[in-house]
Design a protein around this ligand. Sequence first.
Ligand code: ADP
Length: 576
Amino acid sequence: EAKLKLFGVQDDLKLSLNAIQVLRERYLLKDQEGNPVETPRQMMERVANAIAQIDASYGEDPEVSYQEFLKTLMALDFLPNSPTLMNAGCPGGQLAACFVLPVEDSLDAIFEALKNMALIHKSGGGTGFSFSRLRPRGDRVSSTGGRASGPVSFMRIFDTATDVVKQGGKRRGANMGILRFNHPDILEFIQAKKKGGEFENFNFSVAITDQEMEAVRKNEKIPLINPRDGRVWREVSATEIFNVICESAWSSGEPGCIFIDEINRKHPLKALGAIEATNPCGEVPLLPFESCNLGSINLAHMVTEGKIDYAKLGETVRVAVHFLDNVIDANYHPLPETERMAKANRKIGLGVMGFADLLVKIGVPYYSQQALKIAEEIMQYIMLQARKTSLELASRRGTFPNLEKSTWYTQNLPLRNATLTSIAPTGSISIIAGCSSGIEPYFALSFRRYVLENTELIEVNPLLEEYLKGLKLSQKDWERILAQGTLQGIEQIPQKVKDLFRTALEIPPEFQVKVQAAFQKYVDNAVSKTINLPQNASLEEVKKVFFLAHETHCKGITVFRQGSRSRQAIYPGLLS
Ligand code: ADP
């Protein structure tokens, strides 16, 4: 209590200390002096009210929805993405996390995209771009008779602009930069982040086709193509490029890959064009000027007496889909183009967090066949319930305007939303909810997190203590667990408990890919997952992970090898 008073926040929702700190720094509305003018509960009321009011415009009763939304939010059973929590109910509040902007091959278009990026960042959104249409470095510029400087040099301007435009002091902007595997500048792109100090506001991904993956497997040559004129620039070994990708991912965690053919095979709006890019963390492939608002169900709360509570889960999905559909109308867009697209396609991305917690609560180890089965079961259930709600909403409010241009139309599914599901990293909202993030295994059982400026957040797994209570551990054992962040080497602890609390680095990378694939099977958009590798993982291991992700129909893949960056957002254990 004394500590909370220090933060100047009344804890009327019984949140964790870290949750309070994160809310105080970034979410609660503040006065001119920077003091919070709302409590966490009042924040939830503000959000629930702003989103519920939309019902009135459809001739529905907002009071009923207000009560449902508020109850669900206050219980932390479901949370919308950060911009909705921060901005709902505020004048001009921008509520979506994810945008994709086109970058065409002209100076005019590049700087138009740059301006649009700045406006979206200022509003709290993240942006994804494909730079594949830009002519390569050294290519002709006819109007000036000079030489082009290539996509990577233009990306540098986007990176710098991102640094300058802070999101109202709440967070730095985030970007995804994508280049096709067969772009002439691909090698420069792959290695651009390697030396560090640059592009810190960007995630990099290479868009790779099935044919290119095949060429990699068969060790064939592929032509690099100049996007300006479609001509062959030169021929290269597909395997060599792939090896550079994997080496770079091994040494710095970047780039990731996106499997662009898989994305477009599952793309419901093919008639509007092919998808070239995703949002910053990869969980939402989008057309130019599309955006998506996300929300995540806290699976840790969907367990009753050691069993998955499907009745509660179904009800939570219904409320969440209704909520997210309303967000589309409550949103103020920074650009007319993004507003038009959002209202024409009405994409939402409902996902989950707290998957690792759920497994502990039902007594199933993350690293088990059973966990894969449960992942599919849960996500299939969520997908079907979400569709059911979207169909119901459509019958009252109408389908999304582009329905007839979508693959849903041919399947006779008159939906309200072109996409319904997506699995986000839930980097911040899982801290607020006090659960494990997204579908990730526990990173560690105790860890230090650096997500706020100048503040270290220390966390100890809240479920662990309960499991270890009866074991009469010595002070020394406890200290060791806290210091190392795992149960390894503590003899007192039965293997069953050790299995239940296995951390990311104790779970084979290939298995982590299988978890991603299991969720992807029932997700309309994509799945954000980091495949965590131990520091001593080999380059071959990284290659295996990339191939497996492609084979198992993942839409993208990101790896992170422990210790491969000088600064991490999160470190295992409480000692450095
Ligand atoms: P949160 O937990 O804050 O709701 P997530 O970690 O789930 O957010 O990220 C979801 C999406 O939100 C990302 O893919 C990205 O599009 C956007 N996003 C995340 N962090 C930022 C940021 N610092 N700036 C802009 N957009 C962001």
